[in-house]
Ligand binder design. Sequence first.
Ligand SMILES: Cc1cc2nc3c(=O)[nH]c(=O)nc-3n(C[C@H](O)[C@H](O)[C@H](O)COP(=O)(O)OP(=O)(O)OC[C@H]3O[C@@H](n4cnc5c(N)ncnc54)[C@H](O)[C@@H]3O)c2cc1C
Length: 381
Amino acid sequence: MSSMFELDSKYKEVINDCNELANAVEPYSLKADESSVLYEPILQALQNSGLSSLMVPHEYGGRFHSVDPLAVCLARERFMRTSSHLDSLFALQGIGSYAISMAGSEEQKEKWLPAVSKSEALAALALTEPVAGSDLKGITTTVDRKGNELILNGAKSFISNAGVAAFYTTLAREGDGYSLFLVPGDSEGLSSTPSPEIIAPHVLGDLEFNDVVLNESSRLGEPGAAFRHVLATLSVFRISVAGAALGVMEGALREAVKHCSNREQFGRPLAKHGPVATLLADSWADLESSRYLTYQTASLASVDPGKNLDRSSLAKLAATEAATRVVDRCVQTMGRWGLIRGSKIEKFYRQARPMRVYEGASEVLRLGITARLMSEYKDES
Ligand SMILES: Cc1cc2nc3c(=O)[nH]c(=O)nc-3n(C[C@H](O)[C@H](O)[C@H](O)COP(=O)(O)OP(=O)(O)OC[C@H]3O[C@@H](n4cnc5c(N)ncnc54)[C@H](O)[C@@H]3O)c2cc1C
């Protein structure tokens, strides 16, 4: 984090605390990042750090008045540089609980948010289904009323923290609309199985809801208002994926720089060969330009997340696409040493890839970004 971007002291304190946690997990981070099941030492370290308090409002145990997108970005950047497992556990505490912070009842907030802030209750957001990914309006999970009860049936897939979450913020069809529900992990009729293992291991599972009994107090927000709360979650957390992409870029670039200053070919260090220098310089340019855009966008989102969703999409698109370019170049500068299975650089190479798919695939984001571009430029002409 050698950026020239000037940060307030409260953010510098966040970075210091995150550095401490990341350094503490460094010795076992490669092992943790190969795990598709919860790696307990990482969870314990996160719990001991108290840093999940960045994910809930102050009133319910949070560090700041409300969830601060810039603080979350800075944390994810630092965590991802060391461990994707840590990054994911941390990020999910916010992604899974934000609808409670925004739209939950007082009872729901008091029951869940203090436990989320201490990482004692792990959170999850269950939107994706076997048939519905980018097109969430195609979901088939449904809630039907029976007397005073609401009965949930359906299936979700590729849900982070499935199987270990204390609750699932769950999107379901209700009549002609879509509603959100808080489904406790130990609900009768809810079961989970691991999802197929992906190239960058992640705690992922599929869920089945078989006649899960809910009631009015299980709702998050009003009936039919699910997408408002899902969009609010994305406004705050999509930008944080850009933060995580910065961590991947910096981690990969540090590995490449170390290698290119130590290894000599043709009588000089690799970094002194023009084409290799170009790969490194272009990568640093990608990292720093993504960093400015990410921090700037996260600062705007800290003031008004909803208004800045398209800007968050823009930063996520730019930083995650840049991360793929950067890790590929870094691998290239390291020659055969870039290709070693289980090495840090190989890990970053795999970790960069899924970021262009989740929390809005690049192609889908481009549609919203272009619509915003057309309207902004039209308004100004
Ligand atoms: C590591 C990981 C963690 C995840 N965690 C969660 C989670 O916690 N909760 C959850 O609900 N989901 C989660 N997901 C699922 C994720 O949100 C979806 O993978 C994502 O929304 C894309 O959906 P899809 O994979 O079904 O791709 P599809 O929607 O089938 O799209 C495939 C490709 O088609 C293109 N495409 C699709 N629609 C359009 C369009 N309109 N215009 C142009 N191109 C288009 C894009 O290139 C896209 O990549 C996770 C996924 C991964 C990989």
